[in-house]
Write a protein that binds this ligand. Structure first.
Ligand SMILES: *Cc1c(COP(=O)(O)O)cnc(C)c1O
Length: 228
């Protein structure tokens, strides 16, 4: 089997599982966007995915995303989902169409001050395990004040929320928490309809809980040789 056949088969399998989970949840497949996470996979894999029709790619690192986006066709939406470093913001804004991991006013201000930013969509990342501040993301209780400040002071209007299910928590429980947080935030900010959650190990649970953006890598591309 060629690498292209392998990826095509895995992609088909993931697509079927997404459709099945959407159906079981009484949701439309079109409400759910699949972002294929190409981090740590070679350019050639991204090209295969492009030939297979994928137009949304996720990356965690600025340098890797910058390089891949330069070498692939221009009609791809690039999603940055890694932890943001202030000094990388100008560069991230030069290639990313969406940023899923915004979690501070300081970073929002820096994105806002980039002259020619490509970023169209921001998600606010929520940390569901506040005892682990190193994970990135804002605590649920600080969400509304952060969104308010980001809107007022950086004039950035986030389209929704993002999270990564904590390791120690069942995905169903984590996503139920997130769904409740999302509903609460929608009361104050009704345009923040997007919900980016669900990875290879838990995307069906995420769909059941209302995810609109899935970030899936290894189910489609296989296991990574390098750590994330
Ligand atoms: C790596 C990563 C993913 C994709 O993970 P897989 O388990 O390979 O599907 C999604 N979101 C974030 C934030 C990641 O770091």
């Amino acid at each position: 089997m060629t690498r292209e056949e392998e990826i095509a088969n895995r992609l088909l399998d993931v697509e079927e599982r997404i459709a099945g989970a959407a159906h079981r949840a009484g949701r439309k497949r079109e409400e759910i966007e699949l972002i294929v996470v190409t981090k740590n996979f070679p350019q050639t894999d991204a090209q295969i995915l492009y030939r297979l029709g994928i137009r949304a790619f996720g990356e965690n690192r600025d340098q890797e995303g910058a390089l891949k986006s330069e070498q692939l066709p221009g009609d791809i939406a690039w999603h940055f989902q890694g932890q943001i470093q202030g000094r990388k913001i100008k560069s991230i804004a030069s290639w990313a169409d969406s940023v899923h991991s915004l979690d501070s006013l300081d970073h929002a201000r820096k994105f806002a001050s980039v002259g020619e930013s490509r970023v169209q969509n921001f998600f606010i990342q929520v940390n569901l395990e506040p005892e682990r501040a190193d994970r990135g993301g804002v605590r649920a209780e600080d969400l509304e004040s952060l969104v308010e400040a980001v809107k007022m002071e950086a004039e950035i209007f986030p389209i929704g929320l993002m999270t990564v299910a904590p390791n120690g928590l069942e995905p169903e429980r984590a996503f139920a928490q997130m769904s409740a947080i999302h509903k609460r935030v929608l009361n104050s900010f009704p345009t923040m309809t997007a919900l980016s959650m669900g990875m290879s190990g838990d995307f069906e649970a995420a769909i059941a809980a209302g995810a609109t953006h899935l970030r899936i890598g290894s189910s489609i591309l296989g296991s990574r040789e390098l750590p994330a």
